[in-house]
Write a protein that binds this ligand. Sequence first.
Ligand code: DLL
Length: 432
Amino acid sequence: MYWNKPIETMERNHMIELQTSRLKATVERVYRQVPFYRSKMQAEGLLPADITTLEDIKKLPFVIKQDMRDNYPYGLFAVPLTEIVRIHASSGTTGKPTVVGYTKRDLDIWAEVMARAFSYSGASKTSCIQIAYGYGLFTGGLGAHYGAELLGASVIPISTGNTARQIMLMKDFGTTVLACTPSYALVIAETIREMGLELSEFSLKAGIFGAEPWSENMRREIEKRLGIKALDIYGLSEIIGPGVACDCLCQNGLHISEDHFYPEIINPLTGEVLPDGEKGELVITTITKEGMPLVRYRTRDLTFLDRSVCDCGRTLVRMGRIMGRSDDMLIIRGVNVFPSQVESVLLSIGNTSPHYQLIVDREDNLDILTVLVEINEEMFTDEVKGMEELERKIKAALSSVLQISAKVRLVNPKSLERSEGKSKRVIDNRKL
Ligand code: DLL
């Protein structure tokens, strides 16, 4: 039942010892190898020797997504490029992606934590795992892939899309575990029904769903429609990808692989570390990563920690389901989207005013992004053809920057609501 029993059931004091020695080694290494960390620590008057306990981590400054952008593409790598064997990237707040590099050992650790995650669902070498996360620069597909292979399961690397084919193979190949985003799991469930197939024709037992926010209600819905156990998996490319934490069958919080990722919860406004049980922003320090270690990375994801022993017997700390974010990042069809990306596209095109609004809906379980754009006065008097041309141009530029397609609606000058404080750029109509 356990994949790595000594770690998954390790006593707290032993885990603290392990984490402390790994944290110290990480701080030493980044200080030596990465000028970014060295100068940040020097600015605080800190030396690696000042970090001797887990408590001491509070002395270290935070790292944020902007730091990755400032050091684009390889500035935060702690090894020469010759040691990097894989590069992944996710969209950043501008056109430039956030880049992450892995050494051979990083990939082994990633496979290990993903194998653990799959095993939490009851999967084993006898399982048939269908991976319908995207393969490519996104970490979902390949991350899940190597974990499932390490587990010894039979892996179906189908990637996303072509739902009817997904379903045919799922039935014919006897898939027992499905890995994809929760919204795509619902699309699959819906399509199974439309195709007139019965759940009894499938062997599906569990699903490992993540990469986007979802709710307990959505979990129940997926479980009912697919007749499976639906587990929540969390991760982010900056830290490693999927596999930072995952539900077990108790479905009472996601076990963090804390022997590799040391979690803290902070007050997002003050940076103060909060006690277990209190809700705040998750901050993670990678304590074994070689390629691109991150020390006190602010994930912007809101959750809480629970260090009590789980009913499954695992002692690994659990985090609650992600309750939202402390920034304005949206996740649309699994892709990270920032309103500022839309803004920079609009500003680069011209003929529009800097007033826009993003509307997100969910139709037939698929996220639909509509961008309302105010045109400027001159354009308004122009003929329809010019408007259509502008709409087409914005649509093309948005899809190339955001990596997802968006509907564009030009609206009259001054028709979008103005606000005195924070502008309401996003209307999210999805009922998650
Ligand atoms: O989404 C990695 C991943 C792939 C996780 C497959 C799980 C499964 P990024 O594209 O870098 O990486 O996006 C990371 O997605 O900061 C969260 O805001 C959000 N997110 C990821 N998993 C969950 C989840 C992948 N289970 C960002 N619940 C994170 C809620 C999630 N939000």
